[in-house]
Design a protein around this ligand. Sequence first.
Ligand code: BGC
Length: 787
Amino acid sequence: MRAYHRNKYQEKPLYPCEPWNITEDSFSVETNHHNEAIFSLGNGYMGMRGTLEEDYSGPDYTSTPGMYINGVYGSEEIIYPEEAPDLPRQSQTMLNLAKWSSINLYINGEKYDLLQGEVSDYSRSLDMKKGVLLRELTWTSPGGKKIFFNILRFLSQDKPHLGMIIYKFKPLNFSGHVLLKTRIMGDSTNYHHLRNKRELVVKDRGFQGEIEYIIQKATSTFIATGMACRNVLIPSNEGVIISKKHLSSEKGLSVEYELNVEKGKEYSLQRYLCVYTSLDLGLNIDFSELENKLKNKLINNLNIAVEMGDKNLLKKHTDYMAEYWSDVDVKIYGDLALQQAFRFNAFHLLQSTGRDGRTNIAAKGLTGEYYEGHYFWDTETYIMPFFLYSRAEIAKSLLMYRYHNLDKARKNARRVRLDGALFPWRTINGEEASGFFMGSTVQYHINADIAYAIYQYYNTTKDKDFLHNYGAEILVETARMWIDHGGYIPLRDGKFCINEVCGPDEYKPGVNNNCYTNYMARFNLQWAIEVIKKTAEENPKAYRDLKERIKLEEEEIDAWQKAADNMFLPFNKELGIHPQDDSFLYKEAIDVDAIPSEEISLVKHWHPLVIWKYQVIKQADVILLMLLLGNLFSLEEKKANYDFYEPKTTHDSSLSPAIHSIIANEIGYMDDAYNYFMMTARLDLDDYNNNAYQGVHTACMAGSWLALIKGFAGMRNYDGKLYFNPCVPRKWKGFAFKIKFQDRQIKISVKRDKTYYKLITGEEIRIFHKGERFLLSAGRGIEKSNF
Ligand code: BGC
């Protein structure tokens, strides 16, 4: 039984298959938690879960309201049972901030509640084209009052500090008294991870004219966050508004409107939001001054937003989305469920990714608190390639995030007595946030993953400025780490070995010579040498500055060369495979297919010591190497490795199937290629792992894109040259996508029998189709046979 037979992808989709929307057509307590994640909105700066505007009266465990700002975190001491020299001391947890979206409505004292009375004509729909969430429904109160709601919300992509809710309602069978109440509450807490439930304190709150503002401060990190809201009620004439009250309590603020409504008339409450944090203003100012600055910034910007008005704000946001889709949209012909999933994934990736060089993308984006809002290697290995070919500026800002945290990575290297820099395995602020070293902080390969991402970025953009002024420094410091960590081992023929690491397969921590790590470290060293030479030639000033800044010596470069030339590269002649590490082949093999489904994922059911002793793999490791450095391995080697490792893999990480799909594609295992691909695309939408309520799986989302583009389209980018090897799975008619590459935009449309390449913008370029090099001229299309 292959891993994908355990998967639920063959079951019916949870949402109707629509090209641009995700729609829930009835409300239920059972699906509420999952939908909160699915209907999350975000703009890279902030994110909010799809929690209802009105109070939810279902059981607590079926709802986790969440409002997050990328990069805003709390911290507490990591408690170890024993002395733990040099282990990280402080955790980092993305904070759940003030809930600003609360709106309640009462008709003659009856509170609107989806779980009371009757609901009809219900729909909640995420419109991905426009980037808005729209709810429409008719509610009949237990007392028989009928009211229609149309509630739209969005967080502006164009103006990341702004967002709004447009809350419309129409009394259908009554006229009379309605009470409308908006709230912003500062008593928010995290649902997971933080022990200190009082982490956030309200430092200031109040009204300034019509504006409500609240300033919260994290007691551990001193990060202050400010939110301001302003309601605009339409119509606002006196006959409608009987009274308006501004109420303030220790926890927050509310505004209450008593309204005299008329049957059949529409009323609209526009609730504008503005958010800023102390991180936006620079931390080095004294707190009292900061509070005022924050407040002024909020109020000024909120006023600008209100002046712009809902239509303008929304238009700018939807224009942004239209531009995004025009470059990023992937078309899948003949499978609407997949088409929908691709858009959903591309939408959430945009929503979750910080684009300011200061923030990054968390494993769960801004849609949930799992993994504490931490950024991992997921960024460089899975998510950055997704942006690289359509929004290279986002890819760059993700790399700049690493550059800005290089000093902390240097410190992290010293923690484990290493030279150079060691990037943290899990982090928000750039410091290592994981107290777990087995299978976690020992994944030093993250250094090489970042080096590889710089290579990909440069090959795609030819951005020399980045390479000389930022990339080079990261490469030197990561290379230094490898040289210090590895060593020449006499009983290994004097080869350069890298011991005590964990590769991508977290089920094999603390191993020697993890094949992935050694190859990638060698790549890191070679690429560092190349970039240093390039910088010296192309930008002598940048080179001199760099040398001076980080005291780079010529002998160091010789040492990198020597280590790269002598790197121990595992290969087993008898089996014709690349051993995952020194010990893997000597472990007991088990029948992974025979493990009962209830015990998958193993990490949740088996003691680590049990997992470690078997030949059982969590996720693509050698197989990932076959993709990233694929030009170093023959097809036979890839096939042999796949045949050996794939049956031993449980895919307990959602990062795994996409990579298997790509390699299966390359070696011609088309059923595997399709089935593994299908494990990725709708993972969150159809909740294959029953855990999407914790937040979406951003790396897997990007993985589905990788599996299509690098798998079915067979795209590779080696040394700045583009290769395609396209095919179409039996069940589809074809697919199409655009990429930006070295100042050009190319459209690729793949049909069963042929592929059509068109250069949309930029100068002619030579690319490869199934091994044949051909010229793609400006404005012209070329058709190539797929056989
Ligand atoms: C995977 C890691 C990944 C992390 C966050 C883990 O389950 O094994 O490779 O970085 O999840 O997505």
